[in-house]
Design a protein around this ligand. Structure first.
Ligand code: RB5
Length: 142
């Protein structure tokens, strides 16, 4: 199960990405926003982060205009590694090296077909472990 959220800036892409993922047989839980009306990204980012931390969803995808509001908010959660990706290679690396459990994309700066390619790259990539495991273990604030 993949959790997904966006603010108004990412709403259209979120709706299209849910359809894209469901067509590929992924189960998707939508945390909102539920319309294109202006809203505040923390209101959906925190519930998505909580669900990932509790294991209610396996991982998450978040979009806002730049991706930064979502990434900044999500990364306040100790169990979240939210990685901002704007191309396929970064989408792959953010899983391989950072084991990002939330993929964040900047909806206002990339075309939708790129959103799909980045998502596929992140979903299909495998965490490499080893030195990267040591590094991610040093991320949480004690
Ligand atoms: C909304 O205008 C915009 O600020 C938001 O989508 C996001 O880019 C914030 O980081």
């Amino acid at each position: 199960m993949i959790g997904i959220c966006s603010d108004h800036a990412g709403y259209d892409y979120k709706q299209k990405l849910i359809a894209y993922l469901e067509a590929k047989n992924y189960k998707v839980k939508d945390f909102g926003s539920h319309s294109a009306e202006s809203m505040d990204y923390p209101d959906v980012a925190h519930p998505l982060a909580d669900a990932v931390e509790k294991g209610e969803v396996e991982n998450g995808i978040a979009m806002c205009g730049t991706g930064n509001g979502m990434a900044i908010t999500l990364n306040k959660h100790q169990g979240i590694r939210a990685g901002l990706a704007w191309n396929e290679e970064i989408g792959k690396l953010v899983k391989q090296h950072n084991n990002a459990n939330v993929l964040v994309m900047p909806a206002r700066f990339i075309p939708f077909d790129q959103v799909c390619r980045i998502t596929d790259a992140w979903l299909e990539a495998e965490f490499e472990g080893g030195r990267h495991q040591r590094r991610i273990e040093k991320i949480p604030v004690r």
